[in-house]
Write a protein that binds this ligand. Structure first.
Ligand SMILES: CC(C)(COP(=O)(O)OP(=O)(O)OC[C@H]1O[C@@H](n2cnc3c(N)ncnc32)[C@H](O)[C@@H]1OP(=O)(O)O)[C@@H](O)C(=O)NCCC(=O)NCCS
Length: 362
């Protein structure tokens, strides 16, 4: 059986192929992102995406999709996801796909690939190890259903904080009031980010920019919602913040939540979250998602008390592209199926418009 690899085009037709293949890997608790949304993410300004499709007898039997959002936590890493039709597994296709875009990634200045695999999926973890990935961290996906938010209790929590002298503003309102809003918010976000107890290396500068001047552009790139994202002000100082992305198909993500070092254990985050829940409920959001590093127990416990449910645990894995190029993980693919391999150049797909990256199937 001849299996041919070809570059994934960043168009709707190939996004449909990718979505159809991802159905084989469907997680019941996860909403499937439609082809149009996947395409938009890949075409967003500043995003990078490549991919390869495996064809057997004219039909797609596997794909690898790599995507890097415009504001990412690791400057030189890209997220990768491989999926193979179950009828064609254990015949080397997954390995060939995993290695198909290594040179293209290096050509884009990337040094690492990252993947996120659910803890119970031993076969997938074994596969990733066999193509050179190793574990760098673990985490949880947490989900909150805003339609079940207790607005009475939430409003009471917010009001108690307001009565105690805290002011809550949306980021839009903050920007309208203070011309230097970005300086304060950038400093706060840097402090919070620096205190996240993650095992893996993360770069705040790659994510929200080195300088405050870059903040607004990065927030746009993250598709943050300026009304839904908010800050808690104490005596005019940005003391705590929580960010939320613009609702899409009833789903919002929380990329950052935290309080400044001198404002912790004062209930600011608990109160801020009520503002987020109120916003989500008003917008018809049914799923508010966030990612939590396993090492961040305090935030995990707080989120659980706030009503978030742990949906799944996952392992975050990474591989070094220089090692792949040196052949440590590519070699076995050639051994298995060198006769009918046609690995087309991905250069063409790189010409197209370029967006948890380390967040599972992208
Ligand atoms: C994981 C997946 C992509 C593997 O595809 P595949 O075409 O079957 O993989 P390959 O045949 O190239 O396997 C390469 C090596 O990976 C390991 N491997 C693959 N599947 C495995 C499994 N179920 N259990 C244990 N090891 C496995 C083996 O070492 C295998 O080499 P071997 O067959 O010589 O022992 C496929 O099972 C899949 O689509 N799963 C759902 C999506 C997913 O979890 N993707 C992984 C994220 S990167």
């Amino acid at each position: 059986m001849s299996v041919v690899l070809r570059p994934m085009r960043m168009d709707l037709a190939d996004m449909r192929i990718l979505c159809n293949l991802l159905e084989f890997d469907r997680k019941e608790h996860e909403p499937m992102r439609p082809p149009q949304q996947r395409l938009e993410d890949r075409q967003a300004e500043g995003a990078t995406s490549v991919g390869t499709i495996a064809i057997c007898d004219g039909a797609p039997v596997g794909a690898v999709s790599l995507i890097k959002p415009p504001a990412d936590v690791i400057e030189t890493a890209i997220g990768i996801w491989v999926v193979v039709d179950p009828a064609h597994r254990r015949s080397g296709i997954g390995r060939r796909l995993a290695n198909a875009d290594v040179d293209a990634c290096v050509g884009l200045g990337l040094t690492r690939q990252m993947t996120v695999i659910a803890l119970g999926e031993a076969g997938s973890i074994e596969f990733a190890r066999s193509v050179g990935f190793h574990e760098v961290d673990r985490g949880y996906k947490l989900v909150f259903d805003p339609t079940r938010w207790n607005s009475e209790e939430g409003t009471r929590v917010l009001q108690a904080a307001i009565d105690g002298g805290v002011e809550f503003l949306s980021i839009n309102a903050l920007a309208a009031r203070y011309s230097d809003w970005h300086v304060q918010l950038h400093a706060l976000a840097m402090e919070i980010f620096g205190d996240i107890p993650a095992q893996m290396e993360m770069e705040s500068s790659a994510w929200i920019g080195q300088s405050p001047d870059q903040l607004a552009a990065r927030m746009n790139a993250m598709r943050l919602d300026g009304e839904g994202s908010s800050v808690a002000l104490v005596d005019g100082t940005c003391a705590a913040t929580t960010w939320v992305t613009q609702p899409r198909d009833g789903v919002c993500h929380v990329p950052l939540t935290g309080s400044g070092r001198s404002f912790r254990r004062k209930g600011l985050v608990r109160a801020l979250k009520q503002a987020t829940f109120a916003f989500c409920k008003a917008k018809g959001v049914t799923r508010l998602q966030t990612h939590q590093h396993e090492s961040n127990r305090p935030m995990l416990e707080l989120n659980k008390r706030l009503g978030f449910e742990v949906q799944s645990g996952h392992v975050i894995m990474q591989r070094d592209l220089a090692d792949c190029q040196a052949g440590s993980s590519v070699g076995r693919a050639d051994r298995r199926d060198s006769t009918n391999a046609t690995i087309a150049s991905t250069a063409a797909s790189l010409m197209g418009p370029k967006r948890p990256s380390c967040s599972g199937p992208s």
